[in-house]
Design a protein around this ligand. Structure first.
Ligand SMILES: NC(=O)C1=CN([C@@H]2O[C@H](COP(=O)(O)OP(=O)(O)OC[C@H]3O[C@@H](n4cnc5c(N)ncnc54)[C@H](O)[C@@H]3O)[C@@H](O)[C@H]2O)C=CC1
Ligand SMILES: O=C(O)C(=O)Cc1ccc(O)cc1
Length: 291
């Protein structure tokens, strides 16, 4: 389907994409670039990429498909670095967790070539980062959200849909603002709460002893608190308005439950817990191939 993938950012998401594309026979050659030369070298040694590029621009040279798999705040600089080699026929995609800021960067930099850019967000991942965790199965059975804009070339959108479906993904299209509002609630806020929860415990004198006693519920609730700090700093700042809105809703809900506990209103408290319990029991992950 494709001759050459130019991969910019040979980490968890980019490396997993390259492995999945190769295994599916969807690309002949992968040319990769990461900011740190040792990462690019490791990606080559692991067989994630075939050729190391010394710059983002050279990774794009000769590519018919390009994947940006860098922190969202690095999108604009990356697009600036490659813009001279972007063509109308080239499919450019990203995997960024936020879409409004990424698209704004695309519009500013790519201008007449913005049609080549199909913004994507895979709803899969791990709390660990780096190419050493790249996994060809990461995308299979998962949801991919595409947020094309009015200027995105429909032929490129169709190519992207076909490609992700060939990797076993379920593709959904959304408006960028609706995407950012939804993921503030179901991804960015949960990460914020998990980070805050751990910090709140470790800041206490007895925090270490408390942590040593914790069980599976705590493990499940806090797994994502081990995620990459720079990546999450970028996501939270890029989607700050939506995230702060969701955080306010969360605090109000928390305060309401605190008030019931304080006043000993067991009936009201039970009702709210039952409401949450029912909602969670009936929730299923959007693409339900993997659990
Ligand atoms: N980790 C996850 O579970 C998910 C991450 N994402 C998004 O995927 C993107 C990549 O995340 P990961 O693969 O997890 O991170 P990662 O840290 O594993 O990989 C990022 C790679 O980009 C390189 N890099 C950083 N700045 C760069 C720049 N300016 N130019 C070229 N390379 C640069 C790093 O050296 C690293 O190799 C982020 O935008 C993130 O929001 C999306 C869905 C899930
Ligand atoms: O580790 C997990 O379960 C995640 O939630 C990974 C993740 C991180 C960022 C995203 O934009 C999407 C998925």
């Amino acid at each position: 389907m494709f001759e050459q993938l130019g991969l910019i950012g040979c980490g968890l998401m980019g490396g997993s994409f390259a492995l999945a594309m190769k295994r599916a026979g969807l690309v002949k050659r992968v040319v990769g670039y990461s900011k740190s030369p040792s990462t690019t070298e490791r990606a080559r040694a692991m067989g994630v990429i075939d050729v190391e590029a010394p710059s983002a621009l050279l990774a794009v040279s000769g590519a018919d498909i390009v994947l940006l798999a860098v922190p969202v705040a690095a999108t604009e600089a990356t697009l600036k670095a490659i813009k001279h080699l972007v063509t109308k026929d080239m499919l450019i995609m990203d995997v960024g967790s936020t879409k409004r800021d990424v698209i704004d960067a695309g519009r500013r930099v790519l201008r007449d070539h913005i049609g080549s850019f199909v913004p994507c967000h895979p709803i899969t991942g791990k709390e660990v980062s780096g190419v050493e965790h790249a996994d060809p199965d990461l995308y299979a059975g998962r949801q991919i959200i595409l947020t094309p804009i009015d200027r995105t070339n429909p032929a490129h959108v169709q190519k992207a849909v076909t490609l992700w479906e060939r990797l076993g993904c379920n593709v959904l299209k959304m408006a960028p603002d609706a995407h950012d509002a939804a993921f503030a609630a179901v991804s960015h806020l949960p990460h914020l709460v998990a980070f805050a929860l751990i910090n709140g415990i470790t800041a206490q004198d007895a925090g270490k002893e408390f942590l040593a006693l914790a069980g599976p519920g705590f493990r499940d609730f806090t797994r994502i608190a081990a995620s990459d700090s720079k990546m999450w700093r970028d996501i939270m700042l890029a989607n700050r308005h939506e995230l702060l809105e969701q955080s306010k809703i969360f605090r109000n809900t928390l305060e309401a439950m605190e008030a019931m506990i304080e006043s000993g209103d067991g009936e009201a408290l039970e009702n709210l817990i039952e409401q949450a319990s029912q909602a969670r029991a009936h929730w299923r992950m959007a693409s339900n191939v993997k659990k």
